[in-house]
Design a protein around this ligand. Sequence first.
Ligand SMILES: [Fe+2]
Length: 319
Amino acid sequence: MSASPIVDADLEPAGTPIVAGLPMPTFKRIGVEPISGACGCEISGVDLRRPLDEETLAEVMKAFDQFLVIVFRDQDLTPEQHKAFSRYFGEITELPQAPTYGGHQDMQEVRREAYEPENVVPSFEHFHTDSPFLPQPPKCIVMRALEVPQWGGDTAFSNAHLVYEHLSDGMKALLDGLQVVYSGKDIWAKNEKLPPEKRLRLRESHSFTEDQLENIHPAVRVHPNTGRKALFATSAYFKRFVGWSEEESRALLAYLQGLAQHLHYHCRVKWKKDTLLVWDNRFTLHRGVHDFKYERRHLIRTTVAGERPLGPSDWRPLR
Ligand SMILES: [Fe+2]
């Protein structure tokens, strides 16, 4: 059998190169180097210890909206400088389950000691979004490396806009009308049941109410600025699709979660000491890659509050 012939519909006229699903924007104040064709960029020419001028900040935000993951190298920041930069993205918020960093209630840490097994870090093995069960799940995470392994320990990301955009029209129509129940209510109870050596490192107390730990959100989420849609159905904290049985829900979810694994939606960031990374927690999935052993990995972070997720029928252009 011969290979299928290329039909005209497969060929698009040459135009502006596309990266992260959109034409490459121009930048005058900052250097922007995409990490992959799918998402992520490295930004140069910015010192985050100082306030950013208006034009530089506008370009950083333009890069964030398109690439969803922005990386700055060699940023030796104090916790206060880290928080000040985070506030450009919105209000810093706490999380119910993530361990806090030192005396900073509004910072969290991801820490694995050299002698510890992989499982001390929550959800290390699956692409996930942080805390989708909250009424307003985090907009973004601002994370900085204090200590990282010499080799390995990267963080990988998957662009949820691209996953949605590559679906068929039939599947898009089905998902556009679906809602998901996310719940974080049983994280602690589940952890308690595990043998001590398998337990996750979780925060011991928090001030969130039970009601705040379970919410219904749209399966397709719309970007509040751009109107671009993205898949917002993923396995961590997932209970079911509203109106669907658990069995039906799991079957569809397994298919969707599988799509996010495809390499052509990904970028992967290699950490170095003082690398600072901001990722959009609404429109990407992420996971740490625990492919290292006998080395310490210590990252600190702030979490910025997001909007209540907008579904396809909620979104209106800003102007
Ligand atoms: Fe996470």
